[in-house]
Write a new protein. Structure first.
Length: 440
């Protein structure tokens, strides 16, 4: 009696919770979706990345059968990573150093039908070319961003050749769904002539969002507090894994929230005047005392109205709670997906990376967000403006219209991933393709 050979797929995210979370959720979905798939989830470890939130997420909950977490040998990058480097450059350096051992890690894993990477791990293409492993690139940002990325080579003829020379066709699973970004998806599929590139097949399989998590005592406290609030009455304030405010902006945010007289939960971090992504590599590890940087009197004045959580919380559990009625977010793509999937309207507070693009899309195109603006000549958004927008979202008729629009999108997202929905079918196609790759 012969046993059916399993498909073996490896998944490799670059450092950063915004990359690790959706790829880990993909890995989990794959093994649950099809029991003939074995997934090896590869983790990059460097001496610069000290996120307790990451370790908690990856190593503290039992894994579904068929999924293994495999640590790539750790590397020291302190000598080459400088504080003044752009975030994307720092991540690329970490990935570059770590991928020096990718070949031996992949050989050790044995036969693979595919390697799924994210857009900062493209160094894997060459190695996979040598090993004849097809590479799939998971787009952690929006399809709008992906379309732009695809267009870049036509602007820069020199890199065009690299796409053509790839040993395998590239397919792109995308964290979106058909009805959410129909225009860029159509652009990729139908306008390869316009893009002047052999555009790869795209598989919209999203939204892929964080599911179950273990709860800390402060998470439990937040959820119990939410249980005692009316439906849609609480604003959740969180800026992703890395986001931080300047000292001045943090003051304005605090008094703006207080002035709005709305209930809130605020994931609070020490301000940083130089870097808006200052907790990116130490998520959940920045132990600090909010009393030392919050404006005097703020905690007393907001007692019972606002809840402060230090550094990190289970965002999805909060967004899922029926009392949560708004999300002041930096508009990272995962946060965007999580908010929409739970029918929560957004106050857009973009900070870095492609967040401004997401914020523009959410406010102007999809119309599920409002955006506070700086006054002329101002370097920060003032408290009056913050309070105005918070009240508008939480209390006004305009806010109600946005809320009902996002609830419709929530239903569309849920239809997409259900059995027979567009994302479900897309994932089935992809798995079918891998099945055909199985070599005896
Ligand atoms: N997140 C969380 N708790 C927090 C802040 C963020 O669980 O206190 C999660 C959030 O649910 C999302 C991810 O971290 O899944 C952040 O990804 P996103 O793409 O929104 O932003 P990035 O951190 O990459 O800027």
């Amino acid at each position: 009696q012969t046993t059916k050979p399993k498909m073996h797929v490896a998944v490799l995210p670059s450092p950063g919770m915004g990359h690790i979370i959706p790829l880990f959720e993909l890995a989990k979905r794959l093994v649950v979706f099809n029991h003939d798939i074995h997934v090896s989830f590869l983790v990059i470890n460097t001496d610069q990345d000290n996120s307790t939130a990451r370790d908690q997420y990856l190593y503290s909950t039992p894994l579904p059968p068929g999924l293994d977490v495999v640590d790539i040998p750790p590397v020291n990058v302190s000598d080459i990573v400088r504080d003044d480097m752009l975030l994307a450059t720092r991540i690329s350096v970490m990935v570059g150093e770590s991928l020096k051992s990718l070949k031996s890690v992949l050989i050790e894993l044995g036969k693979l039908e595919a390697l799924v990477i994210d857009l900062l791990c493209t160094g894997a293409f060459e190695i996979c070319g040598e090993l004849s492993i097809p590479v799939y690139s998971f787009s952690t940002p929006s399809t709008t961003f992906l379309t732009l990325s695809l267009y870049l080579p036509t602007l820069d003829r020199e890199v065009e050749g690299e796409f053509v020379d790839l040993p395998e066709p590239i397919s792109i699973p995308v964290n979106t769904w058909e009805d959410f970004e129909p225009v860029p998806l159509k652009a990729i599929r139908e306008h390869s002539f316009f893009l002047q590139l052999p555009t790869p097949p795209v598989y919209p399989i999203g939204p892929l969002i964080k599911q179950d998590e273990s709860l800390s005592s402060s998470d439990e406290e937040c959820l119990t507090w939410l249980d005692n609030q009316p439906a849609d009455s609480v604003l959740f304030v969180a800026l992703g894994s890395g986001g931080t405010l300047t000292t001045e902006q943090l003051f304005e945010m605090a008094w703006g929230l207080e002035m709005s007289q709305q209930k809130f939960i605020w994931v609070l971090r020490k301000p940083d005047d130089a870097d808006a992504s200052s907790t990116f590599f130490n998520v959940g590890s920045d132990v600090n005392d909010p009393n030392s940087y919050l404006p005097e009197g703020f905690l007393e004045k907001t007692q019972g109205v606002g809840l402060i959580v230090k550094s990190w919380t289970t965002q999805v559990a909060i967004l899922r709670h029926p009392s949560t009625g708004g999300f002041l977010s930096h508009c990272g793509w995962n946060s965007t997906m999580e908010s929409i999937t739970h029918g929560v309207p957004i106050i857009a507070w973009p900070l870095y990376a492609e967040q401004k693009m997401n914020a523009a899309m959410l406010t102007e195109e999809i119309e599920v967000a409002m955006k506070p603006v700086k006054g002329p000549g101002e370097t920060v958004v003032r408290r009056e403006e913050i309070s105005r927008v918070v009240r508008l979202l939480m209390e006004s008729e305009e806010g109600e219209i946005i809320r009902s629009r996002v609830k419709k999108l929530r239903d569309s997202a849920s239809r997409a991933v259900d059995n027979g929905g567009s994302s479900y079918d897309s994932l089935s196609c992809l798995v079918e393709k891998w099945k055909n790759e199985i070599k005896p």
